[in-house]
Design a protein around this ligand. Structure first.
Ligand SMILES: [Zn+2]
Length: 452
């Protein structure tokens, strides 16, 4: 049994003072507010629940900062970036993936994420293509070495496009048949534990046939597993879907599948108003990755209309050009401000935007990761973040504005300690394994050679 006493804690009902947590076997056993510390308690200032990172491609961390120069043709877009990403993906073996993912997960923890949904389609080690599940094992090892809570989302990638039933040459390391994929997913369930959950996913409507998508959705529903897919990241995808299926992607999905709160639609960027309303009413979670969506020139999600209709959101760091949940929330709101010439766009049920974005992404992130509880309550996992309450970012703030300060102040984050499943993974603002993770990552980047 561990115990923690904090002077200020964000509980599901709001901020509370002088809160004592009893923690046993990774779970919060009891929460008592307005109390006094006991002799063995670890003392903390301000405690908030950890956020879930609802969308990650860990290997893409190795590409961050390498795709920001104009190509000779001068027509750079998501699709030219994707060629660079495929080039890297073709060279990341299981050992490299484990080192890159561990570094990414350590960075996530140090910035206040306590869980991640890893959307994984690099199913084959390019150097040992016949070694079954080596890439899955690399992700599991990285999660357990870093201590982050993992939802492994195996993803089917079947084909190059709506009318192209075979994968392209640079997609071969991703591709599986439906049967191979379902067998892989079944084996992955063997890695499940109190801190590893198994979801399921389809890469996108263009990369998976209708028949396969229906079967994946059936398996998700039968196993109560979160179901993830990329849905409408780029206008070109919308045009291709219109040409092939006669519907926009979100519209087609909602008409042809039973989309429920177990679904996580990543990059539902391009929706018309009717799709926005219908997706919100489905109860599904829209996973938004504002820093990556800006970096790739994807477009802006119709946030205000979606939230107004009761839509659920989560955030993800996706390509990991930034690993900072508060920056994702900031840019989620800033994109809307820039587009509409107004302020405080995402404040619909709470007059404080930072507080509203935090609570919505806490709930949506937990759902996208398949967690049954949200926030710090008895029976929930002991996944929490201690903020240093003497940090200038928080000075002068009260219960009303503290989360606004975290989202909009833009200072280095005041994350002092992070606990996942009852274990401290970040202490004194550093991941406990930071130096090993960094040196392995640097050696891996050297061995990968030039990222082209
Ligand atoms: Zn993605």
């Amino acid at each position: 049994m561990t115990s923690l006493f904090a002077s200020k804690v964000l509980l599901p009902g709001g901020w509370a003072d002088n809160v004592r947590f009893s923690i046993e076997r990774g779970l919060i056993k009891a929460v008592q507010a307005a109390t006094k510390p006991l002799a063995d308690d670890t003392l903390a200032g301000c405690v908030i629940p950890g956020l879930s990172n609802a969308h990650s491609h860990a290997f893409q961390r190795a590409l961050a900062g390498h795709t920001e120069q104009r190509s000779p043709a001068g027509h750079d877009s998501f699709w030219t970036w994707r060629e660079r990403m495929y080039e890297l993906a073709g060279r990341v073996n299981a050992e490299a993936l484990a080192a890159i993912a561990r570094q990414v997960y350590c960075e996530m923890l140090a910035s206040g994420y306590t869980a991640v949904a890893e959307f994984h389609y690099l199913h084959r080690d390019p150097e040992n293509p016949d070694k079954q599940d080596a890439m899955l094992q690399a992700i599991v090892r990285a999660a357990s070495d870093s201590g982050i809570r993992l939802t492994y989302v195996p993803v089917l990638y079947e084909r190059a496009g709506f009318n192209d039933p075979e994968p392209a040459a640079n997609q071969r390391n991703f591709a599986m048949t439906l049967d191979e994929f379902l067998a892989h997913r079944e084996r992955a369930t063997g890695y499940g534990s109190e801190s590893i959950a198994i979801g399921i996913g389809a890469h996108s409507l263009r990369a998976v046939s209708q028949e396969s998508l229906l079967e994946i959705a059936r398996v998700a529903a039968a196993n109560n597993a979160p179901m993830h897919l990329h849905i409408a990241e780029q206008q070109r995808e919308v045009d291709q879907c219109m040409a092939a299926y006669g519907r926009r992607p979100v519209r087609w999905l909602l008409e042809n599948l039973d989309v429920t709160e177990h679904w996580c639609l990543v990059h539902a960027t391009h929706m018309d108003f009717d799709e926005t309303v219908a997706l919100a009413k489905s109860g599904a979670v829209a996973a938004l990755c504002p820093s990556t969506e800006a970096n790739l020139g994807d477009g802006l999600f119709p946030l205000h209309d979606y939230l107004k209709e009761g839509g659920r959101i989560a955030i993800g760091s996706d390509s990991h050009i930034s690993i900072n949940p508060f920056e994702e929330l900031r840019w989620l709101e800033y994109g809307q401000r820039l587009a509409t010439g107004s302020r405080n766009v995402a404040s619909l049920r709470d007059s404080h935007v930072g507080r509203e974005l935090f609570s919505r992404s806490l709930e949506g992130g937990a759902m996208a990761c398949g967690q049954s509880t949200v926030g710090l309550e008895a029976g929930a996992p002991a996944d929490l973040v201690v903020l240093s309450d003497d940090d200038p970012m928080l000075a002068g703030h009260n219960d009303e504005s503290r989360l606004d300060a975290l989202v909009f102040s833009g200072y280095p984050l005041p994350v002092e300690r992070v606990m996942v499943n009852g274990d401290w993974r970040v202490v004194d603002a550093m991941h406990v394994d930071r130096d090993h993770a960094r040196s392995d990552y640097a050696a891996t980047m050297r061995s990968l050679g030039a990222v082209r």
